[in-house]
Design a protein around this ligand. Structure first.
Ligand code: OGA
Ligand code: NM2
Ligand code: ZN
Ligand code: ZN
Length: 450
């Protein structure tokens, strides 16, 4: 396994590769046909130190965007703003009226709109548009209500395709770095991410972009995930509890709770709201075996699309039944239907669900579609089992791995425990809602309001 000590994932512009493969920065826009990796370059190598890679954030250069001129295009019902750097932006009258930031229209303390849509004339004209002395855009409406817009605020909300794309990326951080076995596992220090906002921001940014971050330096005892919970928000409660212990158990209610091999899987597809993030903390390693394996499910999906488009089409359209029945926190009978590969509206791979253990025996398909489904699933599983796609590592006591459970498949080899010290991991889930929210909060405190 490769782990390396320094990576810059926070700002795509700062990504520079020094090794040939291992991780690829991808823009996945357009249709499925356009989802291939655009930059076949590694992004995970910078300064290496004892085979580890520390995640480091970078700050955004602030640029001032002054307004040179603003005028109303009455026919088109648009305000045209000309910027000092020469660019222009267009803003519809209706949108400007709806987004008036004055205290009557906008509740500052809640950052929420007071103005109700029924009170907006969506066909409004404007009386006066001017640039104020402090370089804001002021609009007087026909009823003499006045709205004043900050230049930077307007610039960010420009309706050009490029500005909209930038804004969506800033909000949802959907650009991903795909990787294979040459991944230099991004690594951060447990105590640093707990206490340093910059380190925490870098951790979460890498978790989003790369899908996995290793944390070192935690004590090898239970209770460390509670600290991460406090740092980020709240854990996701499930039928296995808020926290769960992975160990070889008598009468196991899950394949994870044996000493056997657990092939690559995503956790909990049987739960209708799949956990977004998984946190696994190694308390006692095995005496022998138990190595962890991870695969980038998005990267494998794009390989499938390139090699076997029919299989990709089946796995993105067939809803697979998953089931989990038993008792743990309480008794449960869970059923959910998931696409193996989910694709978003823009054709980007957006989620993976695959767990051989909990895949149900109910298969809601016309009988003649069953064999093609098996062929497709097998093609995908074959790709993810290729050695060039698998990263293998052995967790030591105290180590923690955090990963995107909607993207990364993980597994472990079979193991033998020490007679007096069974292999023991503590695990927990979080929702992406919570983690993305914390990421934005940290970005605001580290880099200023964006
Ligand atoms: C799990 C799991 C990995 C391990 O509990 O779902 O994948 O190393 N465990 O035991
Ligand atoms: N555990 C680890 O989907 C699954 O059943 C994965 C979940 C038991 C909480 C394992
Ligand atoms: Zn107003
Ligand atoms: Zn698992």
């Amino acid at each position: 396994m490769w782990m390396s000590k320094l990576a810059r994932f926070a700002q795509p512009a700062l990504q520079r590769s020094t090794s040939a493969v291992g991780c690829r920065r991808v823009w996945t826009r357009g249709g499925p046909g356009l989802t291939a990796a655009a930059h076949p370059a590694s992004c995970l190598t910078s300064v290496q130190h004892r085979g580890h890679q520390t995640v480091v954030s970078a700050s955004i250069p602030k640029t001032g965007h002054g307004v040179r001129h603003a005028l109303a295009l009455d026919e088109e019902r648009l305000v045209e703003v000309e910027w000092e750097d020469g660019g222009q932006s267009l803003y519809p009258f209706s949108w400007l009226r709806d987004n008036c930031q004055c205290p009557l229209c906008f509740l500052r303390s809640a950052q929420a709109r007071r103005l109700y849509l029924l009170d907006v004339d969506i066909h409004t004209g404007v009386d006066v548009v001017q640039v104020t002395d402090d370089n804001k855009v002021s609009i007087v409406w026909p009823d003499q209500h006045t709205s004043v817009f900050d230049a930077e605020w307007l610039r960010k909300r420009c309706f050009s395709p490029a500005a909209r794309k930038t804004m969506q990326e800033e909000l949802f951080i959907n650009e991903r770095y795909y990787w294979d076995c040459k991944l230099h596992l991004p690594t951060a220090d447990f105590n640093e991410v707990l206490h340093d906002d910059k380190a925490a921001l870098a951790w979460l940014t890498s978790l989003r972009r790369v899908g996995v971050v290793y944390l070192r330096g935690a004590p090898a005892e239970q209770g460390q995930l509670d600290k991460l919970e406090e740092r980020l928000g709240f854990l996701k409660m499930t039928f296995y509890g808020r926290l769960w212990l992975v160990q070889d158990k008598p009468q196991p209610n899950n394949l994870a709770y044996t000493s056997g091999r657990f092939h690559h899987h995503t956790d909990y597809p049987a739960l209708p709201s799949t956990p977004g993030i998984q946190l696994l903390h190694c308390i006692n390693p095995a005496a022998e075996g138990g190595e962890s394996e991870i695969v980038d499910g998005f990267h494998a999906a794009l390989q499938l699309l390139a090699e076997d488009p029919k299989a990709y089409q089946i796995l993105t359209s067939v809803l697979v039944d998953y089931k989990d029945t038993g008792a743990d926190y309480c008794e449960y009978m869970l059923n959910a239907r998931k696409h193996t590969i989910s694709v978003d509206q823009e054709g980007r791979v957006s989620g993976i669900n695959l767990n051989n253990a909990t895949r149900g025996s109910v298969l809601d398909l016309p009988v003649q579609e069953v064999q093609p489904f098996y062929r497709a699933l097998r093609a995908y599983v074959d790709i993810m089992n290729r050695p060039e796609n698998v990263v293998t590592f052995q967790m030591q006591a105290g180590d923690l791995v955090t990963f995107d459970n909607t993207r990364i498949l993980h597994g472990r080899k079979s193991f033998i425990s020490f007679p007096d010290r069974p292999r023991l991991l503590e695990g927990a889930y979080m929702d992406w809602d919570v983690v993305l929210s914390r990421l934005r909060v940290l970005r605001k405190s580290v880099q200023g309001d964006i």
